[in-house]
Design a protein. Structure first.
Length: 318
């Protein structure tokens, strides 16, 4: 599976509304983004020699390591267990990296598609934010010799569909509501586990950016969906929920380990599903964050509420 996704989309955009009395919330968010700008190379604890001064993540806790308790993994000797941990981290960070690249590309498209000039400015700033996130994860992986793996099939499919979708509303829903909601929950969870200081600080900086991106999406879509007929609200809500259901089992890409280590893919998938039942907090946090954002934009419809309640109560269903 290749890591490169080719897409084609003829954009129909505008130069934007140049009125000087633009949305004050966009202006506030733009100014906030300028004040909070940071450098992945100069504001994080890399060593002067250019090599990371911490070791890559080797968390052995049941909270941070999804392979914990999987018999074939536990049967490995220490050397091979370290190799498996190294490959697991490569797969996990690769999936995050590809998600950041998707957000970068969608943000760049929104610069053309949005009509309000201040909204265009924020989309451009977000594209710069996402480029910074991509640089951080690429540098972290490079310094730790973690190869970039291909994105999961689910992320590939969502990326292609979103990048080729002509509707700016769908791009905002995917980028600011779906991707960012999942990122906020996952990065917050990762920072509660035993990870190196460099990764912890980098994720902390990125979390501040992602929260601002979600706020922009909520402001942009505020009242837009509320004025639509109920049937159209359900349609847009279903689009969001279907996208989330694709990505919510975010550890399924780890089944690549089964191929490389001659494990049973079925047994590994069963282990990962069981882990969601035993440690449901991460999966429930994703849906809580999504529920909050859907409510803010008027898309927490009866259909979405029913699906969210189902999956928050049964994390192994995803």
């Amino acid at each position: 599976m290749t890591s490169e996704i080719e897409f084609y989309l003829p954009l129909t955009g505008s130069t934007g509304n140049m009125a000087l009395d633009g949305n004050s919330e966009y202006v506030r968010l733009n100014k906030l983004a300028e004040r909070r700008r940071w450098s992945p190379y100069h504001d994080l604890p890399w060593s002067r020699a250019g090599v990371c001064n911490t070791q890559p993540h080797k968390d052995r806790s049941p909270f941070g390591n999804p392979l914990h308790g999987f018999p074939p993994y536990e049967a490995l000797d220490p050397i091979n267990k370290n190799r498996a941990d190294h490959q697991r981290l490569s797969l996990e960070l690769s999936e995050i990296l590809h998600g950041e690249v998707l957000a970068l590309l969608v943000s760049a498209q929104l610069v053309n598609l949005l009509a309000d000039q201040e909204a265009k400015n924020f989309a451009a700033i977000q594209a710069a934010d996402e480029a910074r996130h991509v640089s951080f994860f690429r540098e972290y992986m490079r310094e730790h010799r973690l190869p970039v793996a291909a994105p999961s099939r689910a992320l590939q499919q969502l990326s292609l569909a979103t990048l080729q979708d002509p509707l700016w509303q769908h791009k905002i829903l995917c980028c600011q509501i779906v991707i960012e909601s999942l990122a906020l929950a996952q990065f917050s969870w990762m920072r509660t586990t035993d990870i190196p200081p460099l990764l912890r600080e980098g994720l902390g900086r990125i979390l501040e950016d992602e929260a601002r991106h979600v706020k922009f999406g909520v402001v942009l879509l505020d009242d837009y969906f509320r004025n639509l007929p109920v049937s159209e609200q359900e349609e847009h809500s279903a689009y969001v929920m279907n996208s989330v259901m694709q990505l919510s089992p975010s550890d399924n890409h780890l089944t690549q380990l089964a191929t490389d280590w001659d494990w049973s893919p079925h047994a590994l998938r069963h282990h990962l599903r069981s882990r969601r039942t035993q440690l449901p907090a991460l999966y429930q946090a994703r849906f809580r964050q999504l529920s909050l954002n859907l409510r803010k934009i008027g898309l927490l419809t009866p259909g979405a509420t029913a699906r969210l309640q189902r999956f928050m109560g049964k994390p192994n269903a995803v």
